[in-house]
Structure formats: structure tokens, C-alpha cells
Design a protein around this ligand. Structure first.
Ligand code: GH3
Ligand code: MG
Ligand code: MG
Ligand code: MG
Length: 319
């Protein structure tokens, strides 16, 4: 059943599972930042005893590096450290896109309200005073970890298309940008295929939107099945799809698109005892041949190729 491939958007965790990390998932990786070796050891031991994995850093520079490299779920951060204070580390972590969503808990001997407020205003999730109670610290780390779990879940879903379960345009745009960056730096290249369903309005008009939606889901699942794991398959617009093929040439991109065209043509959809099928028109371009200024430029070229496929009779691939 093709539908089973789509994620269940109704299955966002309810209050019962909201506060528990699903079984089989690690309790999380915690980065412990403190200039005192004794404190690091103490915190480390208590976290590990409670099922967390730990990584440690003894100064701000090392903390920033490790936060970016190991992508911890929670960061426990000292304030008074030589050369860079925990406040400054927090500011930099919050300012960098690859670490800004990691919850930070200050763990510090500074116990006055002014510092607590300053820490929280810098974007920290929580503030714990030394000397700390081990059980309470682990419980607070657990709360931060659950927040991170939900943030990750929602970030992932924000990149998926609600109808078909494949990636959406936001995700495609990101991958296209990365692809063009790579091309500039390493002289790599990629092929982009745009596919548009032929006379789709007629499907909706004669069989209804529910069947139209079903057709889109079936096409999405055929695309996913035909593409490789490393390809990006996305719903680009209403009844348009895009597939980004890393390291493919114009001729291998063309062969892929042609295989796709045939797979979709052979797909049968049953509705009220009768079966029907749909076709798609496809346009293929590569980043090498078009040498685009940006992703809009690349997409416009692919759109132009697709337009030729439509104009030349549909159900075909054009370069
Ligand atoms: P062409 O061969 O020139 O592409 O013709 P077409 O009918 O496919 O093109 P047109 O752009 O006129 O129609 C696209 C249709 O796709 C219109 C719109 O109602 C339908 N559509 C877009 N998104 C969805 C969707 O999510 N579900 C359904 N059922 N229909 C959709
Ligand atoms: Mg210190
Ligand atoms: Mg269209
Ligand atoms: Mg169409």
C-alpha cells in the first residue's frame, strides 16, 4: 500500500508521550562545560548514572567547537571560566544557526538574581546554582532534553509535504543552495528534474479532488521508489515535483527522467471499478550546463525545459 510510506501527521505526541523519550531512543548526549576538572567529573558521573551520554569541554573555545561538531542535545554551561565567560559562550551558541536550538542550562556558583536573569535573557533554558543536587540536576537536564526532542521532531516535519510525505520546497531550496555552493567550491555538479502532471485539472474535474490527491501520493511514492537514497525528491508545487540528482550528468539525468516517465505511465489507479492512468512531462537540466547565478536561475532553466516537453505533446522528457 503506497499510503503507508507517508508520515502520519496526526501522530504528533500527545500529552502521554510528550514527557517521555520513546523507548529505544537514547536519553541524549550532554555537553558539560566547566573549567574545573572536579566539577566536570562530578557532573559527568551523575549524568551517566542517569542514562545520559556525556562529552566535556574545559573552556569556551573548546565548547563552541564541540557543540558544533557533536551536536549535543543539551549543554551544561559554567559562567566563570578563564578567557571566555559562559555568558559569551551562550551568546555565540545562540547566534550560530547550527547550535542555536540546543537548550543551554547554566550551572554556576553565581547565585544572585541579576545573573540568573541575565543568563535567561541571553537565551538559556534554565539556571542551576552550585552546589547542585544531583537528582534535581538530572531531572532538569531531562526536561531540556525532552524540549530538544520536540524541537528536532518539528524541524524535521517542517521540511515535509503534508499530503505526500516527501520533502517540500523549503527543503528542496536548501539542498539546491548547498548543491550550488559545492559546485563553486569543489567543481561538483548535479542534475535537476522537474515533473508536472499532464492535464491534472481534468483528473480533479472528472474524478474529484480526493482521487486527485491519491494520484499525487502515488506519483510521490513512485518517485521515491525510482530515485536513490542520496537524491532529493520533493513536491515543488501543486502537481509539480522536483528531483535533485547529485553528481549526475545531462545524459544520466535524462535516462533517469525517462525511466520515471515510463514508471508513472504504467501506474494504474482504480476508482469506482474502473482503472485509469496519468502521465507527466519532464524537464532536465544540470548545474554544469546552465551555470546558474542562483537557485531561481536553475529552476527557471528546468521550467523552460519542462515547458518544451508540454509544448511538444506532453508525456515526454526535454533537455
Ligand atoms: P498541463 O498538462 O498543462 O500541466 O495541465 P494541468 O491541468 O495539469 O495544469 P493546470 O496548471 O491548469 O492545473 C493544475 C491543477 O492541479 C489545478 C489544481 O487544482 C490542481 N492541484 C494543485 N494542487 C493540488 C492538490 O494538492 N490536490 C489536488 N487534488 N489537485 C491539486
Ligand atoms: Mg568555573
Ligand atoms: Mg503545473
Ligand atoms: Mg500539470
Amino acid at each position: 500500500n503506497d499510503r503507508s510510506a507517508a508520515p502520519r501527521f496526526d501522530a504528533l505526541p500527545g500529552s502521554d508521550v510528550l514527557w517521555a523519550i520513546p523507548p529505544g531512543e537514547s536519553r541524549g548526549r550532554i555537553l558539560v562545560v566547566d573549567d574545573s576538572r572536579v566539577i566536570r567529573k562530578l557532573v559527568d558521573t551523575c549524568l551517566r548514572a542517569n542514562g545520559f551520554d556525556t562529552v566535556s569541554a574545559e573552556n569556551g573555545t573548546e565548547a563552541l567547537q564541540k557543540a558544533s561538531d557533536v551536536q549535543p542535545d543539551v549543554i551544561l554551561l559554567d559562567i566563570d571560566m578563564p578567557s571566555m565567560s559562559g555568558f559569551e559562550v551562550c551568546r555565540q551558541l545562540k547566534g550560530s544557526p547550527d547550535t542555536s536550538l540546543i537548550p543551554i542550562i547554566f550551572l554556576t556558583a553565581r547565585d544572585d538574581t541579576e545573573n540568573v536573569v541575565r543568563g535567561l535573557e541571553l537565551g538559556a533554558f534554565d539556571y542551576v546554582r552550585k552546589p547542585f543536587n544531583s537528582l534535581e540536576l538530572c531531572a532538569r537536564v531531562g526536561v531540556a532534553r525532552r524540549l530538544k526532542y520536540l524541537v528536532d521532531l518539528l524541524s524535521e516535519r517542517a521540511m515535509l509535504d503534508g499530503l505526500t510525505g516527501i520533502h517540500n520546497r523549503t527543503y528542496l531550496d536548501r539542498r539546491l543552495r548547498e548543491s550550488l555552493d559545492r559546485q563553486r567550491r569543489y567543481d561538483s555538479h548535479a542534475a535537476l528534474v522537474l515533473a508536472d502532471v499532464d492535464h491534472f485539472k481534468q483528473v480533479n474535474d472528472t474524478r474529484g479532488h480526493v482521487i486527485g490527491d491519491e494520484v499525487l501520493r502515488r506519483i510521490a511514492s513512485t518517485l521515491r521508489r525510482t530515485a536513490r537514497e542520496s537524491d532529493t525528491v520533493a513536491r515543488y508545487g501543486g502537481e509539480e515535483f522536483a528531483i535533485l540528482l547529485p553528481e549526475q550528468t545531462l545524459s544520466s539525468g535524462y535516462l533517469f527522467a525517462e525511466r520515471l516517465r515510463q514508471e508513472i505511465e504504467q501506474m494504474t489507479i482504480t476508482h469506482r471499478g474502473t482503472t485509469f492512468s496519468v502521465t507527466v512531462s519532464l524537464g532536465v537540466v544540470t548545474t554544469q550546463e546552465t551555470d546558474p547565478k542562483g537557485i531561481d536561475d536553475l529552476l527557471a532553466c528546468a521550467d523552460e525545459a519542462l515547458y518544451h516537453a508540454k509544448k511538444n505533446g506532453r508525456n515526454r522528457v526535454c533537455l
